[in-house]
Design a protein around this ligand. Structure first.
Ligand SMILES: [Zn+2]
Ligand SMILES: [Zn+2]
Length: 103
């Protein structure tokens, strides 16, 4: 690989700093008012998937997510059960996306 560019990000999930390709980094849209994705809500202490509030969706900004958190999320989704009830699909990791995009 040539011309590798990485940038420093702070993960929305675990708050850790990580280096990733800025073109490929996984992002999630987060409402800055609630600090949650506009299509997620916490009901009885559990994250659930809801129809996005249009106002929250409009003000949402993209936040980076590290591969560690993407892997944890994917593992929860594959395991199923109440912890995964709000997860809709698998996410591609930044590493996989990076490999695919710059092939
Ligand atoms: Zn993370
Ligand atoms: Zn990349």
């Amino acid at each position: 690989m040539t011309g590798q560019t990485t940038a420093l990000f702070a993960c929305y999930g675990c708050k850790e700093r990580f280096l990733a390709c800025p073109e490929c980094v996984t992002t999630i849209r987060v409402d800055p008012v609630t600090n949650r994705p506009p299509d997620a809500a916490i009901i009885d202490g559990k994250a659930v998937h809801v129809s996005p509030d249009p106002e929250a969706a409009a003000r949402a900004v993209q936040q980076p997510v590290c591969d560690g958190c993407v892997s944890l999320r994917n593992a929860a989704y594959l395991k199923g059960g109440p912890e995964a009830a709000h997860i809709e699909s698998l996410w591609e990791t930044t590493e996989d996306r990076h490999r695919r995009s710059h092939a």
